[in-house]
Design a protein around this ligand. Sequence first.
Ligand code: ADP
Length: 294
Amino acid sequence: QVTVVGSVNRDIAIRLPRLPRPGETQSSCGVTARIGGKGANQAVAAARLGARTRWCGAVGEDGEEVLAALAAHGVDVSGAVRLPGTPTGTAWIFVDDAAENAIVLDAGANGLLAPDHVPALADGVVLLQHEVPDEVTALALATARAGDAVTVLNPAPFRPLAAATLESVDVLVVNGPELAGLAGSASVPATPDEARVLLAEVPGVEAVATLGAHGALIQRGRHVEHIPAPPVDAVETTGAGDTFCGALAAAMAGGAPLVEAAEYAVHAAALSVTGEGAQESMPDAAQVREFMTT
Ligand code: ADP
């Protein structure tokens, strides 16, 4: 079983000829509403790959539709809380004709998730991100660790981690900018060699660094392994990191050792960039298996 403790957002994409100026009113050329948020995306990725998956997080009074959408993807939402007087997290994404964007994010209920909203986390793989308050992350990791669960943290968006939080993490998953943040480096690694140098700055934890088209590096103790990404025709990379995290957790929940799980996740995430959208382009297990054998 995979348990994701994290965010859910309504992503409202608004297409405009150009981004509005202060005081200006513009008519949109079209609006698309989707479900997003790193927590929800990672839960959908794991569920799509066949893992028994539950999502624990908060929605507002207007959240029934969002929960129904997650449930329709096969995610167990029985651990969700509904917070009265609060809106569900919402991202308003303005996109102009030149594909330039401007985003307004309201954390809404995600920002009000509290430690006592989270049910007992005693087994399976427990997966967290950084879109809920830090005290929720800290407590969820600690209780999961005190049980038999394996804990995976994707500290995105990046904020420095408390030492006590890091101690409860079995596997840390970071992309290039997050690895730079973690290692205290001003420059984002562009190659596996550069990432290797930064990973050496974060000893003592098993860590996976994702590097876009370069695939991923897996650090276990002093040993670092590179898993290249298979070449694909990239259409949209939104949600690639979320697909990676969900797939890694799904494979680990199925008993795969870390390197094998990362290899599975690299392939699942590479497939996800060949289609548009985030959740819309996440592959199922049969597609990943076929891709891995061709
Ligand atoms: P994020 O989406 O968090 O920035 P990355 O860009 O590192 O994360 O991508 C995560 C994973 O998605 C990579 O490890 C890789 O497996 C896959 N991926 C991303 N971009 C590409 C690409 N252009 N070609 C193949 N795989 C890709």
